[in-house]
Design a protein around this ligand. Structure first.
Ligand SMILES: [Zn+2]
Length: 278
């Protein structure tokens, strides 16, 4: 098999698009699942309520706190189950703590994620996530503890909000045998085709093709004997990936971690098989 290659198409602070070449569907899917379910990130797991006179039950409020994405420093923390503290609420190596204290006096207020005061450098990815509304006289006072976890355990620990791929599209266009280029240009939902002063139709954005085959169904050949005017194929060795991060980790780090997790799993497997042979 040829060596796999990765080409980054677009990298932003919270999203990544890349092409994976010389691979196969099982590997692409393992990578996708790893990014969604296995890459650890921080999320609030324990909350201790000292006071809560809001309209929300402690449990609902705790659930909402858990869903606030936190900027994660993977190198500074260990998973609690691997930590030597063996403590229920963790220690500084495995746990980041917060306090939240808010009270509405003369008007209704909204408590936002930036009201979570962090004791460490682990902070919410956004300041403007609403947590609860408080009417005059209502008060919330709590402590919250975040730890590393995985998406397979609970969606609040999912590093990637999106990790998806599709086969690399290969569009073959024979304009000389196409009688209705305007219809084809119009029917494509992702605007793969275009026309200009010299050409009635040409392929403008092949990578945007989502293999929906709308153009193939729409295309009417000038001469049916000459074969189809448009053919669409997906290359099963090349994958177009799109990743979006919750903000907890940079998308490239999510990809690297998923790769490392696959390596570890393979090594574990090899060791197990090796031990069997002895
Ligand atoms: Zn610990």
């Amino acid at each position: 098999m040829r060596v796999m290659e990765v080409e980054i198409l677009e990298e932003r602070a919270d999203s990544l698009r890349f092409i994976l070449r010389n691979s196969f569907p099982a590997f692409a899917n393992a990578l996708r699942r790893g990014m969604l379910a296995d890459v650890p990130v921080m999320a609030i797991e324990d909350a201790i309520f000292l006071e809560n006179t809001s309209v929300m039950y402690d449990e609902i409020l705790a659930h909402r706190l858990g869903l606030v994405p936190l900027k994660t420093d993977l190198d500074a923390y260990v998973p609690r189950e691997e930590c030597d503290c063996k403590s229920e609420l963790g220690c500084a190596k495995c746990t980041a703590s917060f306090v939240l204290e808010a009270e509405a006096t003369d008007r209704t207020i909204t408590v936002y994620s930036n009201d979570l005061k962090a004791a460490t450098e682990i902070v919410p990815t956004s300041d403007k996530i609403p947590i609860v509304k408080l009417a005059p006289g209502q008060k919330v006072k709590l402590e919250a503890y975040a730890r590393l976890g995985r998406g397979s355990e609970h969606a609040k620990w999912q590093a990637a909000s999106v990790a998806a791929y599709r086969y690399m599209p290969k569009v073959t266009l024979r304009p000389e045998n196409l009688s209705n280029p305007e219809d084809v240009i119009k029917c494509c939902p992702t605007r793969v085709y275009a026309s200009d002063s010299t050409r009635k139709i040409f392929i403008k954005n092949e990578l945007d093709c989502i293999l929906c085959n709308a153009c193939v169904e729409q295309a009417v050949p000038s001469d049916p004997k000459k074969g189809p005017p448009i053919e669409i194929k997906g290359d099963e060795t090349t994958f177009l990936f799109h990743i979006e991060s919750t903000g907890a980790l940079p998308p490239k780090r999510i990809l690297r971690e998923a790769g490392n997790i696959l390596i570890k799993k393979a090594e574990t497997m090899t060791a197990l098989v090796g031990a069997e042979q002895k």
